[in-house]
Design a protein around this ligand. Structure first.
Ligand code: LP5
Ligand code: MN
Length: 255
């Protein structure tokens, strides 16, 4: 777990979403997202996307594929309407880079952020780093988050990168079927360690697709872990949520 990056953001109306997995094959999910963005300026001053906005991202030269341009335009419009948009990388779109950020008006954030808003400090992260029991994934993650590995990968032609990603997605699908559900969830010790190292009591993450509000007490301290849902509006069961803060009240908006 990397040291949390302190992010001052004085706004009080906040929105958090994660794991939209946007893809050309999922037009209804994209429609829900663009509708969510269209109505957001009336409800929030800052939006935090906690990773896996896209089903996959092969590099910023992938911006012209499928729905990608439409997503970039919708983000830019929302930014221009006054909503500050922050984005953390997920395990599927960690190759989103500065060109994407510039075109969409989004600010890219480091993998672990300690947000100082108008409310209590909160730790923001995609969530995959908390799944420490998934050794095969963590080994893979270390490899692909290495800047040299990424430089070499991005130097390959786009068609070749897309072919690699296709193979990887198939392999990941297969491996997930043989992994125990508990292995693919967060490790409680990793959660507590992350909170204690950051010196805060509240965490928001996605990745596991197990939406919940966990509250517990440990050594006289009260802790909270808010887990965002993935979004799926093309196949049953449809689902998606956003965590909203308004009037100092944190609440789920079920989509
Ligand atoms: O995302 P989710 O929830 O479905 O699964 C994740 C983990 N899987 C992944 C892979 C992504 O789903 C698909 C890749 C997206 C594109 C990345 C772009 C650029 C990289 C390109 C690299 C070629 O993250 C899954 C976890 C699960 O979360 C729960 O936490 O279990 O992890 C895996 O399944 C990984 C395997 O266990 C290990 C895979 C090793 C593969 C190594 C060789 C790959 C060679 C590819 C060709 C170069
Ligand atoms: Mn993820």
């Amino acid at each position: 777990m990397s040291t949390p990056f302190p992010l001052p953001c004085p706004a009080s109306r906040l929105a958090f979403i994660s794991d939209l997995h946007l893809d050309s094959a999922l037009p209804h999910t994209l429609a829900r997202f663009t509708e969510f963005l269209r109505t957001l300026p009336a409800r929030a001053d800052a939006l935090f996307i906690l990773g896996d906005l896209f089903e996959y991202w092969a590099g910023d030269d992938d911006a012209g594929r499928g729905i990608n341009r439409a997503v970039i335009a919708a983000l830019k419009q929302t930014r221009d309407a006054g909503v500050q948009i922050y984005l953390q990388h997920g395990n599927r779109d960690f190759l989103l880079g500065q060109n994407f950020a510039q075109e969409s008006g989004v600010t890219l954030l480091p993998e672990t952020v300690l947000l100082h808003s108008a409310h209590e400090p909160v730790l923001l992260l995609h969530g995959d780093t908390l799944c420490t029991d998934d050794i095969a994934y963590q080994t893979f993650r270390t490899q692909v988050r290495d800047p040299h590995w990424q430089q070499n990968f991005l130097a390959q032609p786009l068609t070749q990168r897309l072919a690699h990603i296709d193979m990887l997605r198939q392999r990941s699908q297969q491996e997930k079927q043989t992994k125990a559900m508990a292995i693919m969830d967060v490790n409680p010790k990793a959660v507590l360690r992350a909170l204690q190292e950051a010196g805060c009591r509240k965490m928001i993450h996605g990745h596991t697709h197990r939406p919940a509000t966990h509250r517990w007490e440990q050594d006289g301290q009260h802790y909270e872990r808010w887990v965002l849902s993935d979004w799926e509006f093309d196949h049953a069961p449809t689902r998606g949520n956003a965590l909203m803060v308004a009037d100092a009240t944190w609440h789920w908006e079920v989509l």
